[in-house]
Write a protein that binds this ligand. Structure first.
Ligand SMILES: *Cc1c(COP(=O)(O)O)cnc(C)c1O
Length: 478
């Protein structure tokens, strides 16, 4: 399988090259040259496969640069009961007939990002070892991504992680989850500033190509193709589980509702659908930051300025633009890189583009099955209360947004599968506000708040950050 850029400026290259890279050199996103097809017969033959076996089947056509046994071993090492709490890895729970919850947040940091990030950690280690290279992952986090990355890369050979977080602005749980990692290759930098300022510093370091090359600076952000790809697996797994649970005469199509921010998770659903998985609809659920809902309702994609981005009680969906969205638009144009270039040039100039007048606009809903909705704080809390009362389950604020938006898109005879993107305990402040109770930690998990913490507090200063990275990289003999 060869990969290209959505903007046409990347000569075809293999999986390992794009695994370690970020954006394509032309500023576009990396995409596979085609989507391998899953036939109904193939799907049938996958019934009864374990998560690692299924992951191997789904990933193999995309990753043909490694021997099959290597890929198998990396997958087997990643998706274990020890790390994800059950052999099912992503268990599907029926809430009521026709309504399901897909548990994606049973990994080490209790958010769905672990599912992809844990695999990425093992892929990185393997690729770096093979190439005899080192990588210094530099990132900024507002909570979930940084923590998932650190838990996936801790102790891995050839990788260091430098993660900037806004000092004093994450939830106590998120802070503890990151700062309590004492591994020698993890460097938590608590920045005196807000998330956007941390992000700006990371961009400034990466813009210095000489520094970037010299210190082998890389990223693990949500546009990483391997992360998107790893997420395709649980759509297939959930489909098989739901259609089994529903019995014989039920229809073979299902709908997924996905709490969305950077459009990575639901893009994986789109890819599964393009591969032939019988998905009726993909419901894009947003919070008050409704960039994506606006697009899917009206055809207008308008990015927001950081000051227009609201801080909500589902913070991992507080985005001003959706990094992965370009990959969908590329598919919508029929792989027309020129058109994508033109649209993104317009986006940079005017801050928006509008596809409503395009003759192909109806395909977004028709051919591609996308629909959407937006939730808000009151609806989120009400949904948390309803789900708790009806099904005896605590869901987190992001998952609640997905369930709330899903209601409008339920259809008789079509299973609605809502993705659980985090566990309630990560956002206990909102759970307390909704229900007056505090969620407990999963059985067997030690409270991260009780562990010792280590972090380096830093003022907002590019020179200091560069110096810090330099000192750690040059000072270590690894
Ligand atoms: C990252 C995240 C999301 C948004 O996922 P995208 O792939 O960015 O659309 C939703 N919920 C939670 C809990 C997250 O951590």
């Amino acid at each position: 399988m060869q990969y290209r850029s959505t903007r046409g400026g990347l000569s075809p290259c293999g999986f390992e090259d794009i695994l370690l890279g970020g954006l394509a050199p032309d500023g576009g996103l990396v995409v596979p040259e085609r989507y391998p097809q899953i036939t109904p017969e193939t799907l049938q033959s996958w019934r009864g496969k374990s998560y690692p076996e299924l992951a191997f089947e789904v990933l193999r056509p995309f990753i043909d640069c490694w021997p099959e046994t290597t890929l198998q071993a990396l997958i087997a090492k990643t998706y274990t009961r020890q790390v994800f709490g059950s052999a099912e890895i992503t268990p599907l729970r029926q809430l009521e007939p026709g309504l399901f919850l897909l548990e994606l947040s049973n990994g080490p940091t209790l958010a769905f990002k672990d599912v992809a990030m844990q695999l990425l950690g093992n892929f990185f280690e393997h690729a770096l070892l093979r190439r005899n290279r080192q990588l210094n992952v530099l990132g900024a986090t507002s909570g979930d991504t940084g923590s998932a990355a650190e838990h996936a890369l801790r102790g891995k050979r050839g990788v260091r992680v430098f993660m900037l977080s806004p000092h004093g602005r994450m939830s106590a749980f998120q802070t503890a989850q990151m700062y309590s990692l004492l591994d020698a290759n993890i460097f938590n930098i608590a920045l005196d500033g807000v998330f956007d300022e941390a992000q700006d510093l990371v961009k400034a370091v990466s813009a210095d190509l000489e520094f970037k090359r010299r210190y082998a600076i890389g990223t693990v952000n949500s546009i990483n193709w391997a992360r998107v790809l790893a997420q395709v697996v649980y759509y297939v797994k959930a489909y098989l589980a739901a259609t089994q649970a529903e019995g014989e005469q039920t229809p073979q199509e299902v709908t997924f509702s996905v709490p969305s921010g950077n459009f990575g998770n639901v893009l994986a659903g789109h890819i599964a659908r393009q591969m032939g998985l019988p998905i009726r609809r993909l419901v894009v659920a947003t919070n008050e930051n409704n960039v994506l809902d606006e697009f899917f309702r009206t055809g207008r994609y308008r990015v927001r300025a950081p000051r227009e981005t609201r801080a909500t009680s589902s913070p991992s969906m507080d985005i001003s633009k959706a990094s992965n969205f370009e990959r969908f638009i590329y598919d919508w144009t029929g792989a027309d890189a020129q058109r994508v270039c033109a649209l993104w040039t317009q986006l940079e100039r005017e801050g928006s583009f509008d596809l409503a007048a395009d003759p192909c606009w109806p395909q977004v809903r028709g051919k591609f099955g996308f629909v959407s909705g937006a939730s808000n704080h009151a609806l989120r809390l009400q949904t948390i209360r309803e789900v708790h009362a009806r099904y005896g389950r605590l869901v987190d604020t992001h998952t609640a947004d997905g369930i709330a938006v899903a209601q409008a898109w339920r259809e008789p005879g079509v299973a609605m599968i809502c993705l659980e993107t985090a566990q309630a305990v990560k956002f206990s402040e909102s759970i307390h506000e909704a229900l007056g109770i505090l969620p407990s930690l999963p059985a067997g998990m030690a409270d991260p708040a009780l562990r010792a913490q280590r972090f380096y507090r830093m003022p907002r200063d590019l020179g200091l950050l560069r110096h810090y990275i330099q000192a750690q990289v040059e000072g270590a003999a690894c």
